[in-house]
Design a protein around this ligand. Structure first.
Ligand SMILES: *[C@@H]1O[C@H](CO)[C@@H](O)[C@H](O)[C@H]1NC(C)=O
Ligand SMILES: *[C@@H]1O[C@H](CO)[C@@H](O)[C@H](O)[C@H]1NC(C)=O
Ligand SMILES: *[C@@H]1O[C@H](CO)[C@@H](O)[C@H](O)[C@H]1NC(C)=O
Ligand SMILES: *[C@@H]1O[C@H](CO)[C@@H](O)[C@H](O)[C@H]1NC(C)=O
Ligand SMILES: *[C@@H]1O[C@H](CO)[C@@H](O)[C@H](O)[C@H]1NC(C)=O
Length: 384
């Protein structure tokens, strides 16, 4: 989502397409590090959602016809080209715990994603490729900083994420971020990371899209695991038994200054970490049995080879739901610079609006940002 946001906004053509296709922006995009923004609605409690019926806590985005509720919980179906159903929470959490039973979509070139994102572009990600039943990916971002390409990690599993529901749990505190797979911690990120630590109020989003659409750049399709064969459609991603605990209390969370630090976050009528230790489900320190079925590759701390790391980042880049193209309220209020002399990209593109973009814009958006991604990757490799 992050890379998608930045890259899409880099191309005027794409932006124009997206803007003209944006018919139902849900709110204005606003980055609290550069603007004065409205406060974020706080969850400030524990919720447990079985998705057997539509509910209050999430909005449906983009391809709403592809979203259904039933015995298997939430089903997001990519039935035809350019579909990309997604859901986004109406609430934010300020540290907390998220547990979901999720079954990723099958299908070459199909991407399932589940992530948390804040208004200033901190991010905590999980994603799955439909043609790869051996691993899933975790990733994170801080304040939209994409100067390094080493944040993603792949986690090998010996039980296909597309065949059964698995338990993906994220425990996020000011001290550390832990990703669990079926009760086993597979990754711990300490707040001392040099890559920047996610620490601002986040909403939850999940969706499915086709990275292997034939109109995409070759590199995109390759990353997605090959061209999507739409004759295999429908492709379905499932989520059930989602539990969310917000560790903070209050009505709304807002940014007290432009530092993006957790200590600057204000909880109206409440307290950051006011529920920590009181939430329904215990934080951290879950079972980490030695009979782990998970091994992790592609290190996140700069120790992996750069080629792998770059690819893993492009994965995150492209997976970010194509239906949530970020466009300023006037369709043009983005300001992004891309340095041609290094791999550095910076962006002041706002993040939270996630306006729904008509499906016809999606392929354009993918094309536009794929080209730019190639450019970024080319610069990256050139730098080495
Ligand atoms: C990291 O976590 C420790 C332990 O909770 C906390 O005291 C410290 O303030 C955190 N550091 C930052 C930079 O947030
Ligand atoms: C999912 O994993 C978490 C983390 O280990 C654990 O606390 C929780 O009980 C598990 N939930 C289910 C339904 O197995
Ligand atoms: C972005 O992250 C890199 C390390 O990943 C860090 O060196 C750099 O200072 C960060 N940039 C900003 C603007 O925080
Ligand atoms: C889990 O927490 C308990 C109580 O806080 C502590 O005694 C125990 O050592 C912890 N276990 C692990 C594996 O960290
Ligand atoms: C959990 O993992 C830690 C670090 O790998 C290890 O020291 C500890 O013994 C493990 N705890 C259990 C209960 O397996």
């Amino acid at each position: 989502m992050l890379w998608h946001t930045i890259l899409v906004s880099l191309t005027a053509v794409t932006l124009a397409q997206a803007a003209s296709a944006t018919t139902s922006a849900t709110s204005s995009a606003c980055n609290p590090l550069s603007s004065s923004c409205s406060a974020d609605t706080a969850l400030a409690t524990d919720i447990s959602v079985d998705f057997t019926s539509s509910l209050d806590y999430f909005n449906e985005e983009s391809t709403e016809s592809g979203i259904s509720y039933g015995d298997d919980g939430l089903t997001m179906t990519l039935a035809k080209r350019f579909d990309n159903p997604a859901i986004k929470s109406t609430f934010y959490i300020m540290f907390g715990r998220i547990e979901c039973l999720l079954k990723a979509a099958k299908g070459q070139g199909i991407v399932s994603s589940f992530y948390l994102q804040s208004d200033d572009l901190d991010e905590i990600d999980l994603e799955w490729l439909g043609g790869d039943d051996t691993q899933f990916q975790s990733n994170f971002f801080s304040k939209g900083n994409t100067t390094t390409y080493d944040r993603g990690e792949y986690h090998n599993v010996n039980s296909a994420p597309q065949d059964d529901f698995h338990n993906y749990t994220i425990v996020w505190t000011e001290e550390e971020l832990v990703w669990y797979f079926d009760g086993t911690p597979v990754r711990t990120l300490k707040n001392t990371t040099s890559s920047g630590y996610p620490q601002t109020p986040m909403y939850i989003k999940a969706g499915i899209w086709a990275g292997g659409d034939p109109s995409n750049e070759a590199g995109t399709i390759e990353w997605a695991g090959g061209e999507t064969d739409y004759s295999d459609a429908p492709f379905k991603m499932y989520i059930k038994d989602l539990s969310v605990s917000d560790y903070s209390t209050g009505k709304e969370y807002s940014y007290g200054d432009k530092s993006g630090k957790w200590t600057s976050i204000e909880a109206k009528d409440g307290e950051v970490n006011g529920r920590k230790g009181k939430a329904a489900v215990a934080d951290s320190n879950e079972s980490n049995s030695s009979s782990s079925t998970v091994t992790t590759s592609a290190s996140a701390s700069g120790t992996s080879d750069s080629g792998t790391a770059a690819k893993s980042t492009s994965a995150s880049t492209l997976s970010e739901t194509t239906g949530s193209t970020q466009v300023g309220s006037d369709g043009s209020s983005t300001s992004t610079t891309l340095s041609t002399s290094s791999t550095s990209t910076t962006s002041s593109t706002s993040s939270s609006a996630a306006p729904s973009v008509a499906t016809s814009a999606n392929s354009g958006a993918i094309n536009g940002h794929s080209a730019v991604m190639y450019f970024v990757l080319a610069c990256f490799f050139a730098a080495y």
